[in-house]
Design a protein around this ligand. Structure first.
Ligand SMILES: [Zn+2]
Length: 112
């Protein structure tokens, strides 16, 4: 697809509110474009982010702490029994990752 400046649109990932979104970027002027499919995905992600941004209470589960997660996260592939990886990203922030990259590193030690 060509841009009005004469450049060419190429696949690009734009960071919107911390979420990487698929879009197209002109290799000449840098104009960002979303296809209707990408715009649909963008809107549903925005809705999901709003829906899943909640406050939760830490509960005790056996000898561990646990946090319940909104079931609506299954829309982005989160399921029960799935492995997640977790790391501190600051003094008061945790990052929880799930999906292919976590499954790929299954060989890593799982800490209880
Ligand atoms: Zn352009």
């Amino acid at each position: 697809m060509k841009c009005e400046c004469g450049g060419k649109f190429e696949p690009y990932k734009e960071n919107v509110d911390g979420i990487s979104m698929d879009c197209l970027k002109c290799n000449n002027c840098g104009k960002i474009l979303y296809t209707s499919e990408q715009m649909k995905d963008f809107m549903s992600m925005k809705t999901l982010v709003k829906k899943t941004t909640t406050k939760r209470k830490i509960i005790i589960l056996g000898h561990s702490y646990a946090i319940t997660l909104p079931k609506s996260l299954e829309k982005i592939g989160l399921t029960a029994g799935q492995r997640v990886s977790m790391r501190m990203t600051g003094r008061k922030t945790l990052e929880v990752k799930f999906g292919e990259e976590v499954e790929a590193s299954k060989a890593e030690e799982v800490v209880k």
